[in-house]
Design a protein around this ligand. Structure first.
Ligand code: SF4
Length: 436
């Protein structure tokens, strides 16, 4: 079976490309051409009948919601409920990052429940299984890595974050710079580093990169090159180890594309605002505009409990400068496994953030909705405002809970409503359909 990239390289437009083009308001030929260049991806494993979602150059910025069990909190029903809540709140993709309980079952039930593409980090399951079997993740038999990748693809996973870009050279950078202020924060990344150091071995996923690519290709999966050495602290952002891994990941993205696989590069976790643009320029320049998946970024370390907001500010910037997929952050980040409410909040806040980013990424088409809601707000047309709002039902509930005495105003100013009072003096202009 040819992959979507291979078909795109032959100039073939598939049904997935047509569907994405329709949603994005672009020509199907555009999607085909960008896919051939590796600048647009469509995670669409045929084993999971999900809605095709386009990610990449010229398309709306997408949101990913990550869920999954932990060793301490492990309810499959709860994770399925989170998956459905994320989908309903507007997540474009989902990642199952489970590390507790029956990992096969939780993944299969999540995939069966949702209609959006599901991703995973197969290293989690491989190291969990090694830990259960031998009592130590460092005893992992490297063949298990490839078996787990295959098994998760066969279940219908459409994109996988795999830490291929950590190699002995990258670890050397980390040692030479004297470790880090914030340590290592990627579960998959730190497990792989520990395994390599313990066994004095090269990363098998780097050494046998072609094997990883060929498994993904069999399922038309997207290989998302994991950022195992991403900074988990503002003061580690853009350090040599992180940039080293980014260079390698961009190189691997090119090799994977040449082999006919859909590729994506993952970006950092904690980044101050003044480094976001540079980070994206580097990734885009070194990967020939491969889709970039940013984990927010979280723009300060001092906001636990409000990290969804710290990340939304980072996400608005990263979306503006060209990030293509944003991983949401919930209010529970750094503190606990998110609840269903945390998941809903995380998706909604991220959605607002990427809309703000897209308004600047695409100045014309990105601002049309703002123009329409501004007019509805001026005209005190509340139904139109709620229809245009990103989350109109929530907005309506707030208004309806506090009814004004003058029906067209709200309880903020009542009879002092600035809009209402000014509109009275501009009735003629409004009747003539003014634009400003
Ligand atoms: S009452 Fe005040 S806040 Fe409410 S719509 Fe009018 S101007 Fe806006």
């Amino acid at each position: 079976m040819a992959t979507l990239v291979e078909l795109a390289k032959e100039g073939i437009i598939t049904s997935e490309m047509k569907e994405v083009a329709k949603v994005e308001g672009v020509e199907p030929r555009y999607i085909q051409q960008k896919m051939a260049l590796g600048q647009v991806i469509i995670p669409a494993n045929p084993q999971h009948k999900a809605k095709p979602v386009g990610i990449g150059k010229g398309l709306w910025t997408k949101i990913n919601a990550s869920i999954g069990t932990s060793p301490d909190i492990c309810s499959i029903a709860e994770e399925v409920a989170k998956a459905l809540a994320a989908e309903e709140a507007g997540a474009d993709t989902l990642m199952d990052l489970s590390v507790g309980g029956d990992l096969d079952r939780v993944r299969q039930e999540i995939i069966a429940a949702v209609k959006i593409p599901v991703g995973s980090v197969p290293l989690y399951q491989a190291f969990c299984e090694a830990n259960r079997k031998y009592g130590a993740p460092n005893k992992l038999d490297e063949e298990l890595l490839f078996d787990v990748i295959e098994k998760q693809c066969a279940d219908g996973i459409s994109f996988m974050a795999i830490h291929c870009g950590i190699n002995l050279y990258t670890i050397d950078r980390l040692k030479r710079q004297g470790y880090r202020y914030g340590g290592l924060v990627s579960k998959g990344g730190s497990s792989m580093v520990a395994w390599m150091l313990h066994n004095n071995r090269e990363n098998p996923l780097y050494e046998q990169f072609d094997r990883v690519v060929n498994i993904l290709k069999r399922y038309n999966g997207v290989l998302s090159l994991g950022n195992g050495l991403r900074a988990g602290a503002i003061h580690d952002s853009s350090d040599r180890a992180q940039i080293q891994e980014l260079v390698i990941n961009c190189e691997l993205a090119e090799i994977g594309l040449q082999m006919g696989c859909q590729m994506m590069v993952e970006g950092p976790g904690h980044v101050p605002l003044d480094e976001i643009e540079a980070n994206i320029i580097l990734q885009k320049r070194m990967s020939n505009d491969a889709p970039y998946y940013m984990l927010g970024p979280i723009a300060t370390d001092v906001a636990p409990g409000f990290d969804h907001i710290a990340a939304a500010i980072g996400a608005a910037c990263s979306s503006r400068y060209g990030a293509d997929l944003i991983c949401y952050i919930t209010p529970a980040e750094h503190l606990a496994l998110p609840t269903i409410e945390d998941v809903k909040t995380g998706v909604k806040v991220a959605k607002v953030a990427v809309h703000i980013g897209d308004m600047n990424k695409y100045k014309d088409k990105g601002r049309q909705r703002d123009l329409a809601i501004s007019k509805a707000r001026r005209d005190l047309d509340w139904d139109a405002q709620f229809a245009l709002a990103l989350y109109g039902n929530e907005a309506r509930k707030i208004r309806e809970a506090r009814q004004p005495s003058l029906a067209d105003t709200c309880t903020m100013c009542g009879s002092f409503c600035a809009l209402r009072n000014a509109n009275i003096h501009f009735q003629t202009a409004l009747a003539q359909g003014i634009k400003k």
